[in-house]
Ligand binder design. Structure first.
Ligand code: FPP
Length: 264
């Protein structure tokens, strides 16, 4: 009996990727998947490589996961690429991380354009080095009219800072009489966040075995399903992504109510 139940609830790993993609697409696919890409440093350490080699390999994973997300019909993929806390890392590592958007976009922008992917960014843009800004700006402009997957980089992003900025904007509107305190509600706060134009994440994935949010989309993930895996980000592949979504599709999302249709 238990064996039967487990079989039903576990994705069959021996099916081909193509079959799994088709099966996932036949059910409700999460509109917004957010990923905390963790474990680059450990991936490199296990190979006696410098940490930056892990980040470089992680960049290649970004390409793979963007492709599968687009193929599955996911609308938004938000990737936590650099947090407001990451400035505390050694300068050499920061410099490398700041160069990655440039390398990624100069290598893969043509295929992103071809795949109808739209590049966006959340986070504090102004503090980024000029070369990082230019790379992101160029990609955003080149893909502005695309309406496939939105590839949203969280770059120099911190959720608490985002909330502080949003509260300041709202306080300013109250101070100048544009709105009153009674106008503050969840939708008003949501509309002042950097993600105002995006659906809330349905699924949050964190790689590398760490089980925390690390100041990522604290407001937005209120009803997201969480998926934690021990796989290090450079090793995360299409099969891992499919497993996370297959598991998501087995969950019963009730958004606080007692109802649920047994699917999502
Ligand atoms: C955390 O792993 C990862 C980061 C701080 C950087 C993530 C960046 C990428 C995956 C590349 C982004 C690519 C583009 C195109 C912007 P960690 O270094 O903390 O790993 P550890 O916990 O094993 O040390």
């Amino acid at each position: 009996m238990l064996e039967k139940l487990l079989r039903k609830k576990t994705a069959a790993p021996d099916r081909s990727i193509t079959e799994r993609i088709a099966a996932v697409k036949s059910k409700q696919v999460p509109a917004h998947v957010a990923i905390i890409m963790d474990g680059n440093g450990r991936w490199a350490k296990r190979r006696n490589l410098p940490r930056i080699a892990g980040h470089h390999e992680g960049m290649k994973t970004v390409r793979k996961i963007t492709r599968i997300a687009n193929e599955l019909g996911i609308k938004v993929l938000t990737l936590y690429a650099f947090s407001t806390e990451n400035w505390k890392r050694p300068k050499m590592e920061i410099d490398f991380l700041m160069k990655l958007p440039g390398e990624f976009l100069s290598t893969y922008l043509p295929e992103l354009v071809e795949q109808n992917v739209k590049v966006e960014m959340i986070g504090n843009f102004e503090m980024l080095p000029d070369h990082t800004k230019h790379a992101i700006q160029r990609a955003m402009e080149a893909t502005a009219d695309n309406d496939g997957l939105t590839l949203n980089f969280a770059m120099n992003y911190g959720s608490r800072l985002e909330l502080v900025e949003s509260f300041k904007e709202i306080a300013t509107l109250i101070a100048d009489g544009s709105i009153s305190v009674e106008d503050i509600d969840e939708s008003l706060i949501g509309s002042h966040l950097m993600t105002a134009h995006l659906p809330e994440p349905d699924l949050l994935i964190r790689t590398s075995g760490e089980v925390r949010l690390s100041n990522f989309m604290l407001w937005q993930v209120a009803y997201a399903e969480f998926s934690f895996t021990d796989v290090l980000w450079p090793d995360f592949n299409a099969s891992c992504m499919l497993s996370a979504i297959e598991d998501f599709q087995l969950r019963n999302r009730r958004f606080g109510s007692l109802e649920g249709d047994g699917n999502v």
